[in-house]
Ligand binder design. Structure first.
Ligand SMILES: C[S@@+](CC[C@H](N)C(=O)[O-])C[C@H]1O[C@@H](n2cnc3c(N)ncnc32)[C@H](O)[C@@H]1O
Length: 307
């Protein structure tokens, strides 16, 4: 393993970069740089006149920046600010945007970051550690209703209400600060046979809330329509049904609800046209080699002429 693949093994690498249909002199955005696996493949296909902007909000990703490649620019930012950065770098009218959503293996494997219940680490879960609330802040201050909503919506947990009530009751004795403070309360409520899976969903729900992932995704999809040239490609890899639904709807219709609207002449006004009907999923070999890839779905759209 190289140091970058130790950081993260890229998912659907060939399929996603093929979907970008890289032009040697094109301008591309990899909005989720991470270990840089997708970026390296894009750079491999780009010629000397091409440009690639790699975004990541986590400072740790900077260690994977390709050395001395003038075609590459790292942008340490949340991808929700895509349109602003594209203007700053004079990179609107781009040929392709790739986003491989969620956390990296590095996040899940780092015992200090709080993303995984495999370690008894502080409940942090921020991808950008320079500000914002941690998972502990949320667990110790949110109302029972808000915790229920998060567990139900982002974790799709059947017993969201009971879990939230247990957290609220449990935190009156002492604040929940570490992963084991939380799992000590919640494990007895999880169905025995699915204990690990359900706890992973609970942690996923908190992580999505901590990082404002659904809002950032919505803003980024909106910005992508402004940054791509007509014919440019938007390629997104999702890992849970909520984000997949949002991506699918926006690619169909340009809005979160998936309502396809038409103008006076009956033409679809969506800024995107889906290139693939069904999402692409990793083949059996990839799923066997990389368990993280099992929930991945790849969706591709093309920017239309619509304004
Ligand atoms: C699934 S990993 C991407 C892995 C990468 N494609 C590779 O091959 O190594 C997602 C990365 O995107 C970053 N990320 C997630 N959401 C982000 C956002 N809203 N803005 C910027 N970076 C984000 C995470 O910090 C993480 O490093």
């Amino acid at each position: 393993m190289t140091k970058e693949t130790e950081y993260h093994v890229p998912v659907l690498l060939r399929e996603s970069v093929d979907a970008l249909s890289v032009k040697p002199n094109g301008t591309y955005f990899d909005l989720t740089f991470g270990g840089g696996g997708h970026s390296r493949e894009i750079l491999f296909r780009l010629g000397d006149g091409g440009r690639l902007f790699g975004f990541d909000q986590d400072a740790d990703a900077e260690r994977n920046i390709p050395q001395s490649d003038a075609r590459f620019t790292f942008v340490r930012s949340n991808f929700r600010h895509l349109a602003r950065w594209a203007r700053f770098y004079d990179a609107t009218g781009a040929d392709g945007i790739l986003a491989d959503l969620g956390v990296s293996s590095h996040h899940l494997d780092d015992a200090t970051r709080g993303f995984s219940f495999r370690f008894d680490s502080p409940l942090d879960m921020r991808m950008n550690t320079s500000g914002g609330q941690t998972a502990a802040d949320i667990l110790n201050t949110y109302s029972e209703e808000d915790l229920t909503r998060i567990f139900r919506t982002y974790g799709e947990l059947q017993n969201a209400r009971r879990l939230a009530a247990t957290v609220v009751k449990g935190r009156t004795n002492a604040p929940l600060l570490t992963a084991s403070d939380l799992t000590r309360l919640t494990t007895p409520l999880m169905p025995r046979a699915r204990e690990k899976k359900e706890t992973a969903k609970l942690f996923q729900a908190l992580r999505i809330e901590v990082n404002g992932e659904m809002d950032a995704l919505a803003e980024m999809l909106n910005a992508a329509a402004k940054v791509l040239r007509p014919g440019g490609r938007l390629v997104v890899i999702t890992y849970h049904s909520l984000e997949d639904r949002m991506v699918k709807n926006v690619m169909r219709s340009g809005n979160m609800e998936g309502h396809v609207e038409q103008d006076f002449f009956g033409r679809t006004t969506s800024p995107f046209r889906p290139v693939t009907g069904r999402p692409l999923i990793p083949n059996a070999a990839e799923q066997a080699l990389n368990p993280r890839s099992r929930s991945a779905k790849l969706r591709v759209a093309e920017r239309t002429e619509a304004v």
